[in-house]
Each structure stands twice: as structure tokens, then as C-alpha cells.
Design a binder for this molecule. Structure first.
Ligand SMILES: *Cc1c(COP(=O)(O)O)cnc(C)c1O
Length: 374
């Protein structure tokens, strides 16, 4: 074990299988000479992934952003879309790229997910969909959101990028709503370098998605819609199959590290952590802490800098809010006064490093640095 930390500790570290394990897959691809367009590995990965997640239909994508954009097209979402400002760029930008207007709704103070109590007052005749985010792997209040969607005839499309493998009362969180998007980006719990998927229970929707991710081709001569190109290639589908065998072990290691943080940081005043929710099997994708500058005796940004001086690269996910960026801040719903909880959370949030291979030495160094910061 290293006795002193001289290497940089980043907020995450991608999880990779032993290289030798991937070679046989590559040999198969070289042998088949079938590189993309729904090949053997694509089909197998789609099926195995649906089985693993416990969902009906999966459509693989080249990344999560394209999946979001295509998903909105598949659901024919137009006009205004109620969403959260406390998310990654992809959610809001996908709405923008579909010529829709994001309508920002505040979040809940406990889970940082979209506050269902605040959704209804934002609905107008132009609203066609709600796009919530299961941020940090915390499931949204699905029943309440689905009820609103049903009452007003809105689509419910989840950004499920953070809930790979997360289950609530033994159902897959990514099976909720009309559609869910998963991301397999290098920084996520489950990665295929880049990658993503759409998940649905509706067979005809799955079919439409598969046309749309392949330029709208239904067959050689029939183009049914102005599609995009979002297909996952064979290289990454094969890699996904290999990663699927390892992901449970990776989540278990993440859980152990998260529990250590929780135990060792519990007594520090001014630091709030998120804990496991009842009935939820978590994936420990992130380790966010919320700093109350007054009680902690130091601001979030000062702690971020202090960690950096000690070679610890934490991240201020998600700050600033997307409603604060130039593209969106002119929207009436972007006014901070409409988003008091999101504004407060964004000002105090900090994600500490968490990944499967984080070492005991690294964890102790981070914990010690946080404890001695103020
Ligand atoms: C990672 C992520 C996405 C999708 O990102 P890609 O890099 O395009 O796969 C979307 N939404 C959220 C909240 C994310 O964290």
C-alpha cells in the first residue's frame, strides 16, 4: 500500500476489465467483418441488458445524448417540457435541440429530484412532456409524476443516466414512465467507453426508436421518418457484454467505499450526506455532500480548493444550474426566485471521489483532508 499520496485522485475512475478478456471479442469482430448496423454483439447485448436490468425493451445508442434526442422524437414531444435545472447539460440541451422550450421546475430538498408538488403550476397549453432526472441514482417520486402525466395527457420521459441497475421495491427504476434514457459514458457506473440506451415497455415505441436511430430506415427502400444516426457499434456492444459480467462486483465495491465515507464523515457539522432510501437498491454512482458554509466554517468552494491542493479533484456537480447558462437564463422559469431549493443545493454541493477501485489509502486521505479542512 502507498504510504503517501502523490498521485492525483479524480472524482471517478473508469472501470475496465483485464485487456486479455476483451481480445476474444475483438477476434470475433475481425472474423465477422461486421462492424456496426445491428450485428451479432448488438443483438446479444440488447437482450442480455434487458435481462440484467429486468426491463422489456432496450435500444442501444452510441451515447446518452443522442438517445435523449431520438427519444423525444419517438415520443413526438413538442412545445414546452417541464424539467429540472439540477442535472447535466444533456437533459436541457436535448430539449433545446428538439426545438422545445425547457420549463425549469424546482427540486426536492431531500433527494434533489424534481418536486412533483411544483409541476402542476407550470403546465400550460403548450406543455407536452415532463423530463425528470433520477439525479445521483435517487429515484424520482414516480407515482406522483405519472399521475400528473396521466391527468394532463403528458409524456413522461426519464433521464435515467444515473440509475443503472437501481431498483425500487424490486422493479427497475429505468422501466418507469413512457421511456427512460441510460448513459454508458466512461464516467458512469457501467461504461462502454461511450454509449447509451432507451428503455421502454412499449413494443411499437421500441420499433419506432430503432427506425429513428438508423436514419429512419425500415428496410432497404423504405424510410419511415427523418431519423438520425445513433447506432451502437459492435466494438462497444461486445465490450458491454463483458462489462455486464463485472458490474455487480463493481457496485459492491462502490457501496463499501460509500459506507466508509458515511461512517467517517457523519459527525462533522455542516456536512449533509445522502443515505440509502427505503426499498431502494442503490448503485452508488456518486458521493455528493452538501456543505452548509456557516456550520462547516468554510465555503463549498474553499473546500473544493483545499481538496485540490491535496491532489483530490472533487467536482461541483451540478453547479451552476443549467437555468443559469446564457442559452436558458432569459426564460421566465429560469429565475432563481422560482428555483429556491435548486439554487441552494447547487451552491453547497460537492461530489467526492468514488469508484470501484478507490483504495483505502485514498479514502483515508480524502476523509482526513475534509476533516481537517476548516
Ligand atoms: C451522463 C449523463 C447524460 C448522458 O451523457 P452521454 O455522455 O451523452 O452518454 C445525460 N444526463 C445525465 C444526467 C448524465 O449524467
Amino acid at each position: 500500500m502507498k504510504s503517501n499520496i502523490s498521485e492525483k485522485i479524480f472524482v471517478t475512475q473508469p472501470s475496465l476489465p483485464p485487456l486479455a478478456d476483451f481480445i476474444p471479442y475483438l477476434e470475433k469482430i475481425w472474423e465477422n467483418k461486421w462492424l456496426t448496423n445491428c450485428g451479432e454483439f448488438h443483438k446479444e447485448f440488447e437482450q442480455k441488458l434487458a435481462e440484467y436490468l429486468g426491463v422489456k425493451y432496450v435500444s442501444l445508442f452510441t451515447n446518452g445524448m443522442i438517445a435523449l434526442q431520438v427519444g423525444m422524437q419517438a415520443l413526438r414531444i413538442t412545445g414546452e417540457v417541464i424539467t429540472t435545472p439540477f442535472t447535466f447539460a444533456a437533459t436541457t440541451h436535448a430539449i433545446h435541440w428538439n426545438n422545445c422550450t425547457p420549463v425549469f421546475c424546482d427540486i426536492e430538498p431531500d433527494t434533489f429530484t424534481l418536486d412533483p408538488e411544483k409541476v402542476e403550476s407550470l403546465i400550460t397549453p403548450k406543455t407536452t412532456a415532463i423530463m425528470p432526472v433520477h439525479v445521483y441514482g435517487n429515484p424520482c417520486q414516480h407515482e406522483k409524476l405519472q399521475k400528473i402525466a396521466n391527468t394532463y395527457g403528458l409524456k413522461l420521459f426519464y433521464d435515467a443516466a444515473h440509475v443503472f441497475g437501481v431498483r425500487k421495491n424490486n422493479t427497475a427504476v429505468c422501466s418507469w414512465g413512457d421511456l427512460s434514457m441510460l448513459s454508458f459514458h466512461a464516467t458512469k457506473v457501467f461504461n462502454t467507453f461511450e454509449g447509451g440506451a432507451l428503455v421502454t415497455n412499449d413494443e411499437s415505441l421500441k420499433k419506432r426508436i430503432d427506425f429513428l436511430k438508423n436514419f429512419g430506415f425500415a428496410d432497404e427502400l423504405t424510410v419511415v421518418a427523418p431519423g438520425s444516426n445513433g447506432k451502437m457499434d459492435e466494438f462497444r456492444a461486445a465490450f458491454g457484454l463483458l462489462q455486464l459480467e463485472r458490474v455487480d462486483g463493481e457496485i459492491a465495491k462502490r457501496k463499501a467505499a460509500a459506507e466508509k465515507y458515511r461512517k467517517e464523515l457523519a459527525d462533522i457539522s455542516g456536512i449533509r450526506m445522502l443515505y440509502d432510501l427505503p426499498g431502494v437498491k442503490h448503485n452508488y454512482a456518486y458521493f455528493p455532500i452538501l456543505i452548509d458554509a456557516e456550520k462547516f466554517g468554510m465555503s463549498r468552494d474553499a473546500l473544493y480548493e483545499k481538496l485540490k491542493q491535496n491532489n483530490i479533484f472533487s467536482r461541483r456537480y451540478f453547479f451552476p444550474l443549467y437555468s443559469d447558462f446564457p442559452t436558458y437564463r432569459g426564460l421566465p422559469s429560469a429565475a432563481p426566485a422560482n428555483l429556491p431549493t435548486a439554487t441552494k443545493v447547487a451552491a453547497g454541493i460537492l461530489c467526492l471521489p468514488l469508484y470501484a477501485e478507490i483504495t483505502e489509502t485514498e479514502l483515508q486521505h480524502i476523509i482526513k483532508t475534509v476533516r481537517s479542512a476548516k
